[in-house]
Write a protein that binds this ligand. Sequence first.
Ligand code: GLC
Ligand code: CA
Length: 598
Amino acid sequence: MTVVAREKKWWKEAVIYQIYPASFCDSNGDGIGDLPGITSKLDYIASLGVNAIWVCPMYESPQIDMGYDISNYEEVYKPYGTVQDMEVLIRETHARGMRIMLDLVINHTSDQHAWFKESRLSKDNAKRDWYIWRPAKFSATGERLPPNNWRCNFGGGSAWQWDEQTGEYYLHLFATEQPDLNWENPVTRKAIYASSMEYWLDRGVDGFRVDTVNMYSKPGDLPDAPIVDPKAAFQPASLLYCNGPRMHEYLGEMNAVLARYGAITVGELPCTPDMAKVLKYVSAKAKQLDMVFQFDVVDVGFGKTHKYETTPRNFTLPDFKAAIGRTQGLIFGSDGWTTAFIENHDQARSVSRFTDDRPEFRALGAKLLALMESCLSGTQYVYQGQEIGTVNTPKESYPVENYLDIDSVLFYQMVKERHGPDNRAELDKAFTALQYLARDHARLPMAWNGKAKFGGFSEAAEKEGTDVKEPWMKPHPLAGEINVASQLDDPDSVLNFWRKMLRFRREHADLLVYGDFRDLRPADKDLFVFVKEDHRGGDKIVVSLNFTTGKKSWQMPTAEELGLKEANLVPITSTHHGKTAEGVLAPFEGQVWLAKAT
Ligand code: GLC
Ligand code: CA
């Protein structure tokens, strides 16, 4: 039972819209999204009913990992625009009553960052220990080996890169071109705060989404990871390098900087299923972060040895519900806060993952998930394109060669190396997994107008007579069917359903944003039935969702299940407007009921 009354804050009630700059809107027709493109769509974003935007990395970068490899925190990637364009975006966002958050990527930099270029010059360079350098190990036969057996996060290779010039290895938990910063050095930490945080806070940003927030502190002796994948040379080591010994000291220090500006934070928190550990990051008393993204839902259906070593739908509805329940449960009896999200730039599209993306079901699935997400507690996040029900690209019309994400490319390459380039069965299995789970699906150009070239990604430039280039990533083969223009004025569209649900959430914020979540029937394989309640009593809200393509009858919750004297349920909204019938759910129908406390 909850014991602490939840303190109300603007950012707890906020809905935050995430933008991927390369793929949102191209204003000048060069095929790459840009900052003026984002600014030109602010009215559209505001019209959804969101309160803030989070812009993925727009900093100077060689784009090995789409801007998560930063070569200068204080510059903008040229194709996106300039620092002045950022100032305009910040001002115009504020002018519409919204806030703006940036992505804070400070576990690593690009290998092209001036700090790393200096660090690799020589062993006695002043910036040598700004990164994590170690001598080689040698096998019994004298073969040179990396300092430990850690696998990096992309593909199956080592997390260490040999540097010929100075004869040592450097650590990179992600791509080779993303060396990890050494947070042990206090001078480095100060420089990070000044360049990546203060520089932008001084220009008016309101907060940060903090990338890989639990990886800064590595275990002192960098021990080998246990062997869980005997067929691989390098082992997943995230349990060793996540949540390291000095993490909370560092975050406390960072928070002192952020607090001077009243900035808000949401940290990305992978590999932390233990709620007590999560709370250390988000307990209000601890003064570390305001919120985190837990990975319960993200990891649903992922492979155990590698996230893409799996088959589509490798989970049951009870698995999915339990994952949501864990993230929702973070606020029970605690002073922490949670988040509600099912998509971001690292996930495939939720309609394809969790419902059914065949043409006859996809809009229904999108509405069902919109209704579900809008009824969950915590700060809500919507990812660009989610609001129009974007689906994964079909296998037949979008070949694996079109996938550009380093994570996809290195995985596919690993499978080729392991099984040979002609092993059709294994390669097809890999493609099937990518078609289902790859990050690429979130990164295709946004489809603004199905009738314009390239799904309207560069529409404004085209209208001005510019000969627009093909987008950097091949456009979505279904852009003609799923796009913003065709949904704007259609009262039945996924887009307008989202607007309606965000309004509904605001109207019932006490229960929907701040209430306690309770899954009424966790074992049900077809239906998700949950209640939102306040432990101090009062009305409750019941949500019933049919996750199947068939019609389902269901038992309305009893007074006993609800913990009320009487089960007096009144329908208040549904995905199938107005047609709510007691005891029956149409395919992918979602219904919301008010249970009066009498
Ligand atoms: C985070 C980002 C992801 C990136 C990685 C490395 O997980 O969300 O896109 O590849 O960090 O920076
Ligand atoms: Ca552009």
